[in-house]
Ligand binder design. Structure first.
Ligand SMILES: *[C@@H]1O[C@H](CO)[C@@H](O)[C@H](O)[C@H]1NC(C)=O
Ligand SMILES: *[C@@H]1O[C@H](CO)[C@@H](O)[C@H](O)[C@H]1NC(C)=O
Ligand SMILES: *[C@@H]1O[C@H](CO)[C@@H](O)[C@H](O)[C@H]1NC(C)=O
Length: 534
């Protein structure tokens, strides 16, 4: 139904420069006329009939049949936000402060009806479905849960545009929508570079514009330990880049709340037993001393899995984490464990002998992970792990979620993981830290996560995916330009039906979606030559 200029996606190596410029202009011209929905909803019917909206009189409110508590702060806050997104910096000269206006003909209002009370935290099984009936004088947004209402408000805001006279306009339309995958994540890495809290909040804003619902917070790693622990303050005192490069309990709470208000889960990752150099600075005996020719060196390796003190430490540590981060899942990492240091250490060798592990360090890894998983289970949390633990045949609980990140043959990996009955998250084709010249969003967009040979039940075990932005070359200066709109391509792949695959259509919408993000304060980089309407 949405009309679009045909074939305007530039392909820099085939099309002459001038033609490209004209095509880009055509895209921009249409950008100002029609709204660009992103990600594309399950079902969209748009009519040519137009309605006007006057900012002075526009009202978003609970419908008469809404069963949600009118004081539901998630909704009240969302109403306030979306009013701003829709009308931008429009100044209300004499409008009332609370958007409550007199009813006038043809001036649209939005009535939001919720079939439930205001939920507290989003989960992996949150219902994000909604329906939107845009008609005069009242548009109806219906959702079973507040999470669907948030997604529907985003869609509604994307439908509104300013006509050539500057009037706020919307086409009559009917939209029904729900996500294809339940887990739609962005990974940020705050160990390789510290990201200020306000940068993380900006990212959460942009995630909501793209209907992402998980921030995978790879919070600590080898280079630095910015998480400030209450039980073990020395971890960040000694392990962070500096005493100001830390996330205090207040900071973490702020991020968790900000995310909750946007229907986004925060899943922290505490990656062990590898990638833990920064832990060792503030916690004695946690890491394994490495040996050279039977002599202890200054070097340390992965977590020492042979000491009881290790597990006492993690018991207390994860106890704290499980209450600081309310999500039902903790990411336990488990990737890229270097066995060399373990194998050099005579105490570890003795331990292996006693346990009957022989020289099989995967069994030692397995022993360690089993202990950690037991701790997590005792705290009534679920676990997500990187695929190595599955690949290495580490004994996992059946409800562990496996994240597939190795790019070679990831569909075969998904097949294996799901045929063993584990749930899977795909991130392999979406490592956004790897950059190249040109329109790499297309390669993210055209990924088909379920295109492996497997049963229906197996495909249902693929619960979603993540766009990962590792931090070697990323800090606050370039995080958002590098993420957006490249991650938007992943966002649509994970939200929209699998039939939504037209790259030309996606390009024309993405150009406008990117401009919309810029107008909402996200420093999203351009897709190609052109300009934004505002
Ligand atoms: C919205 O209405 C206008 C004016 O009738 C029409 O030109 C346009 O095609 C409609 N938009 C869509 C997406 O159908
Ligand atoms: C509210 O419920 C009544 C009775 O079920 C129905 O007639 C009416 O259309 C509903 N209003 C809205 C806004 O859904
Ligand atoms: C470590 O704990 C195990 C199991 O509780 C126990 O058998 C062992 O003696 C402990 N080792 C030390 C050195 O305390």
């Amino acid at each position: 139904m949405i009309d679009r200029p045909a074939a305007m996606r530039p392909s820099p190596h085939r099309t002459p420069e001038l033609l490209l410029a004209l095509l880009a202009l055509a895209a921009q011209a249409s950008a100002q006329q029609t709204p660009a929905l992103w990600p594309w909803p399950r079902s969209v019917k748009v009519s040519p009939e137009l309605l006007n909206i006057a900012p002075e009189n526009f009202l978003i409110s609970h419908g008469p049949n809404s069963t949600a508590d009118p004081s539901c702060s998630l909704l009240q806050e969302a109403f306030r936000r979306y009013y701003k997104y829709i009308f931008g910096f429009y100044k209300r000269h004499h409008g009332p402060a609370n958007f409550q206006g007199g009813a006038q003909l043809e001036q649209l209002q939005v009535s939001v009806t919720l079939q439930s009370q205001c939920d507290s935290f989003p989960t992996v099984s949150s219902d994000e479905s909604y329906s939107l009936l845009v008609q005069g004088p009242v548009a109806f947004l219906k959702a079973n849960r507040v999470w669907g209402a948030l997604r529907g408000l985003e869609t509604f805001s994307q439908l509104v545009y300013q006509d050539s006279y500057g009037a706020f306009t919307i086409n009559r339309s009917i939209i029904t929508d729900s996500p294809r995958f339940a887990h739609r994540g962005i990974l940020i890495d705050t160990s390789r570079h510290y990201l200020p809290v306000k940068t993380i909040l900006k990212t959460l804003d942009a995630m909501a514009f793209n209907k992402f619902n998980v921030l995978h917070w790879h919070i600590v790693d080898d280079p630095s330990f910015p998480y400030q622990s209450t039980a073990f303050p020395e971890l960040s005192n000694k392990g962070s880049y500096s005493l100001s490069h830390v996330y205090t309990p207040r900071d973490v709470h702020k991020v968790v709340e900000y995310a909750r208000f946007r229907g986004i889960r925060i899943i922290p990752e505490f990656d062990t037993p590898g990638h833990t150099q920064s832990w060792g600075k503030g916690q004695k005996d946690l890491l394994t001393p490495c040996y050279i020719e039977k002599k202890e060196t200054e070097r340390v390796g992965p977590i020492n899995p042979t000491l009881n003190t290790t597990y006492t430490f993690f018991n207390t540590f994860f106890n704290e984490i499980s209450s600081v981060f309310p999500d039902e899942f903790i990411h336990l990492g488990g990737d890229e464990v270097d066995f060399q240091c373990w194998s050099s250490n005579p105490n570890i060798q003795d331990f292996m002998q006693k346990k009957g592990f022989g020289k099989n360090f995967k069994r030692l890894e397995s022993f360690y992970i089993k202990n950690i998983l037991d701790i997590i289970t005792s705290l009534k949390k679920g676990s997500i792990v990187w695929q190595e633990l599955f690949d290495d045949n580490v004994e996992l609980r059946t409800d562990t979620v496996v994240e597939v990140w190795k790019n070679e043959n990831y569909l075969a990996n998904l097949k294996e993981v799901t045929s063993s009955g584990f749930k899977a998250i795909l991130s392999a084709p979406w490592y956004l830290d790897i950059i190249s010249y040109g329109q790499d969003w297309e390669t993210y967009y055209t990924v088909q996560p379920l295109k492996f040979d497997g049963s229906r039940k197996q495909k249902q075990l693929v619960i979603g995916g993540e766009a990962c932005l590792w931090g070697e070359y990323v800090d606050a200066t370039n995080l958002n330009p590098r993420l957006w709109p490249r991650a938007s391509a992943v966002g649509e792949r994970l939200w929209s039906p699998e039939t939504v695959i037209d790259v030309d259509d996606a390009y024309s919408r993405l150009v406008r979606h990117r401009c919309r993000m810029v107008s909402r304060g996200i420093a999203a980089q351009p897709l190609y030559t052109g300009h934004c309407g505002h």
